[in-house]
Design a protein around this ligand. Structure first.
Ligand code: GLN
Length: 450
């Protein structure tokens, strides 16, 4: 059914960079065989899943939406996809993304522009736009995205699905192509909270292959869903004052405000909290993320991976031509910014300063979480915008992630929950933010709301 749906919708939607029909049918047959033999089947047995094309899949092209990895076939499997296969999931394909996950609309893909299933002229958000659109359009039951500054939550909000960015270190990054290593996390998309909880259950947990992976037991996320908020009346939820007002689309403000009053009716105690340094998140991120990206992307030199320019006279010229032709404009912009802010003489003024502000942002969250258990705000300042609307203005594109970025800087878990529609029928998302490893609490609140 998923493959049929993909065949029917892909000409217009373009969520997938590659459809792995043969592998999917083979995985499905294996599940059938297990059932026939009376063997135990996994948590995700037979469930069609789409994977963002920046997670390595052995023997299957992994492009990161970049020309520089056009012909890259990984010789190994990422930990998350390995875990999914072990749980019986059926991978239907690899989804479109902004090149190296840099972007907020999926328009930075070197291959195609994915449409928003709610309005084909609009973007699905990004950078995990393909994974969000695929789930919204029922081309897959669930999918995986990655989130460095909002790339799961913002497309979830634009496409009317749920998207969760876990606590930094909860899900292994082994085999995830690095963008900004201190911020990147893999997480699930789904159409209901239970699906998100099940998928998180399948991918979370310690991995010795990722040095930043947390060595802690994984709780049972699915059973955390059972008690409703009513049973736990009095849970304190804080509304982040600074995320409302200027710059926020009034319809988003109204809809999220209404959703907050629903949480109150469900038994939550609503409190206004202040995170005064939240607004420095964006400039801080755009120093730290490009710095890490410029270092991570140094490996694409035409020698080790993917594309190599065919006519160069010497090694330096080969590097130059390969990178000039292989990378797109936004990736080059990030490499230049990162290289500049890390260079001798500027490091203290920019990178070091940004790291200090990062700590201050984290302190704002710590203070808020001494008063409440969960924070709430809009996921994005607007609903899905039209394709092409922001491509000429990087700054306005960057502003899409105003409310999601501080969460990555502090390493916290965040989930976008659909909470209504604007006057054009476009979905709106509310973001719930948790304490470190507070995923169960987030899922519980989201479930009660749903
Ligand atoms: N839009 C942000 C960026 O371009 C975040 C991307 C992400 O989370 N991968 O960097």
């Amino acid at each position: 059914e998923a493959l049929d749906r993909i065949a029917q919708l892909e000409p217009k939607l373009k969520s997938f960079l590659c459809v792995t029909a043969d592998r999917a049918l083979e995985q499905a047959r294996q599940v059938d065989a297990k059932i026939a033999a009376g063997e135990e089947i996994g948590l995700l047995a037979g469930i069609p899943i789409a994977i963002k094309d920046n997670m390595c899949t052995e023997g299957i092209r992994t492009t990161c939406g970049s020309k520089i990895l056009e012909n890259f076939i990984p010789p190994y499997e990422s930990t998350v996809t390995q875990k999914l296969a072990a749980a019986g999931a059926v991978m239907v394909g690899k989804t479109n993304l902004d090149e190296f996950a840099m972007g907020s609309s999926t328009e930075n893909s070197a291959y195609q522009v994915t449409a928003n299933p709610w309005d084909l002229e609009r973007v699905p958000g990004g950078s995990s736009g393909g994974s969000a659109a695929a789930v919204a359009a029922e081309e897959a039951v669930v999918s995986l995205g990655s989130d460095t500054g909002g790339s799961i939550r913002q497309p979830a909000s634009f496409c009317g699905v749920l998207g969760l960015k876990p606590t930094y270190g909860l899900v292994s990054r082994y085999g995830l192509v690095a963008y900004a290593s201190s911020l990147d996390q893999i997480g699930p998309f789904g159409r209901c909270v239970e699906d998100v909880a099940i998928l998180l259950q399948a991918i979370a947990g310690h991995d010795p292959k990722d040095a930043t992976s947390l060595n802690l037991p994984v709780p049972d996320y699915v059973s955390a869903l059972r008690p409703s908020l009513r049973a736990k009346s009095g849970i304190k939820i804080g509304v982040i004052k600074e995320t409302f007002g200027e710059g926020l689309d009034p319809i988003v403000e109204q809809t999220v405000t209404k959703a907050i009053s629903v949480l109150q009716e469900l038994g939550a105690e609503i409190q206004i909290v202040s995170c005064p340094r939240f607004r420095y998140g964006l400039p801080t991120y755009y120093v730290i993320a490009p710095s890490e990206a410029s270092a991570n992307l140094a490996r694409y030199d035409g020698v080790k991976y993917g594309f190599r320019h065919p006519d160069a006279e010497n090694l330096i010229e080969m590097y130059q031509k390969t990178r000039a032709q292989g990378f797109g404009a936004e990736v080059k912009r990030r490499i230049m910014v990162g290289t500049y802010v890390l260079s001798a003489g500027y490091y203290d003024a920019y990178y070091l300063k940004a790291q200090k502000v990062r700590t201050l942002i984290k302190e704002d969250f710590d203070r808020a979480f001494s008063q409440v258990e969960v924070l709430v705000c809009p996921t994005a300042p607007s609903t899905a915008f039209k394709a092409g609307e922001k491509t000429a203005d990087p700054l306005s594109m960057y502003l899409s992630d105003l409310m999601t970025i501080p969460v990555n800087l502090a390493g916290l878990p965040g989930i976008s929950v659909p909470c209504g529609f604007d006057d054009q029928g476009l979905p709106i998302g509310m973001q719930l933010i948790g304490k470190p490893l507070g995923e169960s609490r987030l899922l519980e609140v989201a479930n009660a709301y749903e």
